[in-house]
Design a protein around this ligand. Structure first.
Ligand code: NAP
Length: 306
């Protein structure tokens, strides 16, 4: 039986893997997609201490290499359910495999939240995107909008400004929630303009793709049709916690209730990174969670019956 299964190979999971190897735990780390998580679709990560200006992909690669050099075992697989059998957990994968471990760290992060307006679902992949890093090149020389006012929206608008002819940032309030440095960098760009106090009520298009959006100004109530080639939605993230719901550790807002030590209410189950209910979601806090979670796992394993 394994001591620990870490689910998710983003910064939280990879940091946990590094700490678990160093603690000599018999652990594996599972990932269903790209190793590195959200940072693989981020441009520059400019706020990870000691590594200014590093590209997200390069940071992901550094974390993976570090974990593997120490001997961490990465395994491809998507977890669909966890059975809590008390002293051990059974982790069921989509391919039918079942792993047994004394403890689990859930570190599956978060995925982009949809805007939830007509046209979004139908035009997803045909002009509606959630990742400028992945899809920006399709909009070279075109006119696009980004919806949202947080760090992701600011980052997406910045990345798009380097390829698109014109970028409109549409935000429902009159100021950005994004970090000041991000906001200032953005507002100084010649081909980025702001639409404050404005919401998108519909995304328009046909088989050929997106043709525009329907806007409503929140103060005047005035409506407008804006012709566009692409729509990038950046209205926040939703924690990837569906497989944890039957265990009763997921709150109404979708995140996992766990303290700074990453312990959930279920003995042997820990939550690290962006899926945990917390205020600051950054690479550095995700990595910190990975370290804290392994410390708590060690304490748990020492005390728990085999
Ligand atoms: P976020 O901080 O939750 O911001 C979401 C934005 O979308 C807010 O401006 C919000 O408006 C707006 N919004 C939400 N629902 C909306 C709706 N239905 N219609 C229109 N607008 C809507 O999400 P995020 O930007 O994805 O960031 C998530 C976390 O990752 C944050 O903790 C962030 O700091 C972190 N992050 C950090 C970096 C970095 O440090 N480089 C990069 C990316 C993300 P209001 O402002 O009015 O609420």
């Amino acid at each position: 039986m394994l001591d620990l299964v870490i689910i998710g190979a983003g910064p939280a999971g990879l940091a946990a893997a590094i700490y678990a190897v160093r603690a000599q735990l018999n652990a594996i780390i599972l990932e269903k997609g790209a190793v590195g998580g959200q940072i693989t679709t981020t441009g520059t990560v400019d706020n990870y201490p000691g590594l200014p200006g590093l590209q997200g992909l390069a940071l992901a690669e550094c974390l993976r290499k570090h974990a593997e050099q120490l001997g961490a075992v990465l395994h491809e697989g998507e977890v669909i359910r966890i059975e809590d059998c008390g002293a051990h957990k059974q982790i069921l994968l989509a391919n039918g495999e079942c792993l047994t471990a004394r403890s689990v760290i859930a570190a599956t992060g978060a995925a982009p939240r949809p805007l939830g307006v007509p046209g979004e679902e139908e035009l997803r992949g045909r002009g509606v995107s959630y990742c400028a890093m992945c899809d920006g090149a399709f909009f070279r020389g075109k006119r696009v909008c980004v919806i949202g006012g947080g760090d992701t929206a600011a980052e997406e608008a910045y990345l798009l400004s380097r390829q698109a002819r014109e970028v409109l940032l549409i935000h429902r309030r009159d100021s950005l929630r994004a970090q000041k440095a991000q906001a200032v960098r953005l507002l100084n760009l010649g081909n980025v303009s702001m639409r404050w106090n404005t919401v998108v009520t519909e995304i328009l298009g046909d088989r050929a793709g997106v043709s525009g959006v329907r806007l409503r100004e929140t103060i005047s109530g005035r409506e407008e049709l804006l012709p566009l080639d692409g729509v990038f939605v950046a209205v926040g993230m939703q924690p990837e916690t569906h497989y944890l719901k039957p265990l009763g550790v997921v709150g109404s807002d979708g995140c996992v209730q766990a303290g700074e030590d990453c312990r959930t209410a279920r003995p042997g189950l820990f939550a690290a990174g962006d899926l945990r209910c917390k205020l600051v979601r950054q690479v550095v806090t995700a990595a910190a969670d990975g370290a804290a979670a392994v410390r708590a796992v060690q304490t748990y394993l020492e005390a728990a019956p085999q």
